[in-house]
Design a protein around this ligand. Sequence first.
Ligand SMILES: [Zn+2]
Length: 401
Amino acid sequence: MSFKMKYDIISDLLPTGTKRRPGGKINVRFLVAHDTGNPGSTAKGNINYYRNSPTIAASAQIFVDDECIRECIPAVLGTPERAYHVIYNVTTDNRMFGADANDAAIGVELCWGGNIDGAKSYARYVWILAYLCYKFGLDPKRDIVGHETLDPKRKIDPSNGLKHIGKTYNQLITDVAAEYKECSGKSAKPQTASVKSGKTHKVVSGDTLYKIANEYGTTVAKLKALNPEIDVLALQIGSTLLIQEESKTTDSGKSPIYGTISKNSPTLSHLAVDYKTTVANIEKLNPGINPLKLQVGQKVLVGYKSASTPSSNTAKKTSMKKVDARLAEYLKHKPVRPYPGSPVKRGAHGKDVEAIQRALKISVDGDFGAATEKAVKNYQSKFPFLGVDGIVGYNTWNVMF
Ligand SMILES: [Zn+2]
């Protein structure tokens, strides 16, 4: 699979070791959409301004205007580096993605206003966000967030800039998803799970990954991991999805143990700690794995257990304990909005429902109906330690707020 390179990305790197380019490699887990907030300022102009004011700790990796896409801190042209584009003391990024934006996200700035042609600037902005998703294995609908969402008290970007060129944030995300599909050249022929054997499902009209997961009592993350070649944004009718791998036992009587990449275990070192092994071992077990391109939900072979081990195997116990610890981590912090005292579920009305809808980024009407329930389930499915029941109980609330 390759990506259609509609535009050049110009390297306009800042000198290293300044506050503008503080250095430090990052493992890209999401993208933050910004606009410059300065009508008429160009990509080149903004980067030159950074260059001339090296002692200010504020920056972003990429600027986009109607003429070019410029990278001033390595993002796609080199190993991604840190930029200071979201203040550290906001916690929304930590709650949504399990990390500070500066340490795990690429910041992309849209230039607009003045003499800048809004349509051209927007087209480049959409494309680079789609390309970044492709490059880092991100989902445009899940892994892009607006600066204003992370820091709503202080920021109005990128909706403000988008508004000036006649667009909305939701439209941006829809356009990025469409651009991703177009440029990654997904073929029209049904995609088929590779040679793996086991229980399968043929996609029919109206299927979603979530629906299929429910049908077979599995999770969206597991389906994604089992079917890495399937475009989850565009399930195609007639495609075959692997639902469950046939349990294999090797000649030596050992069966594999898989760890799963998640927001809370985003790297091989996390898995190594979780499963009491080493990164080197995991890399040996998974030849060809790219530690910089791990995707949430990806299954990684972490070792083998003897088939003769009693069913209460230690790997499972360890992983149960780990799950509790992760939830405990969320529960340690006081939620920004206090838990209402009882679960919020279908049929509920009012301010708490509005808060949930805002957190889920769905339309806010204060009525907990089918759409809200579905969005809650979708949200819960992203956390391995939350039950997917569509009810915002104590645990889900504390993760959400
Ligand atoms: Zn911003």
